[in-house]
Ligand binder design. Structure first.
Ligand code: DX5
Ligand code: ZN
Length: 224
């Protein structure tokens, strides 16, 4: 099964509700990027603005936390479950107590995601895979939309896919984020990804909804 999660990072920020509605009926989730200007050199939304966006969204929210002290913020954002948060992804590099943090997120009934920056190897997650619901392999350096896809991350995706198969963890999703477009999604799917974030590909196209459908079709080709 393929999931497409448009990122609204580069959508029109003063009319996010309408921007989200443009992909309704085609997208599975909205991917919302939280940046603190510390973990990455960019800032997006604070906690209260995030809650407003989540509440106003007509689609469930996949939260990607690019913030320091993820042990504190992960469970805290997961508490927005009833506002519409479906999953919370913390960066491996921003946690000190990953297992405790994942438990804290899971206690809210939210899916537990862990993201890896390009330089972080797949191996660090192997001991934790039993308690992870989604692995996010970054295919750009986190911080900005519109960057080029790093094809050199595909061996990392394949490695995680193999580990999940070995462990019988088919319920764990494998997401890629960064530079996903019609020209790259098939390769990522072929390497083993099943969940795709696409920011500029969707919101810079004239028909975002049709683009989501196209991306899904391409990804299905890669999964075969
Ligand atoms: C980048 C963010 C991405 C971003 C992707 O750090 O995590 O979610 O929105 O944008 P594109 O698809 O344009 O690379
Ligand atoms: Zn993201």
């Amino acid at each position: 099964m393929i999931r497409i999660c448009p990122s609204v990072l580069n959508a029109e920020q003063d009319r996010l509700k309408e921007e989200i509605d443009r992909v309704k009926g085609a997208a599975d989730f909205i991917h919302l990027d939280i940046m603190d200007d510390r973990f990455v050199p960019n800032f997006t939304y604070d906690e209260s603005r995030t809650r407003e966006i989540v509440r106003s969204s007509s689609l469930p929210i996949d939260l990607h936390l690019m913030v320091e002290d993820a042990d504190h913020w992960g469970p805290r954002y997961a508490a927005m479950k009833n506002d519409g948060v479906f999953s919370v992804t913390v960066h491996f590099e921003a946690t000190k107590e990953l297992d405790t943090t994942l438990r804290g997120i899971g206690e809210h009934g939210v899916r537990r995601g862990v993201a890896l920056k390009p330089k972080t190897p797949a191996e660090v997650l192997i001991p934790h895979l039993e308690s992870i619901d989604m692995v996010l392999v970054m295919t750009v350096e986190p911080g900005f939309g519109g960057q080029s896809f790093m094809a050199e991350m595909m061996p990392k995706v394949s490695k995680i896919r193999s580990a999940l198969l070995e462990l019988g963890r088919e319920s764990c999703w494998l997401q890629v984020d960064g530079g996903i477009a019609l020209s790259t999604i098939e390769e990522a799917a072929d390497a083993g990804a099943d969940t795709f974030v696409a920011g500029s590909a969707v919101y810079r196209s004239e028909d975002p909804k049709a683009m989501v459908d196209e991306l899904r079709k391409r990804a299905e080709l890669g999964r075969k």
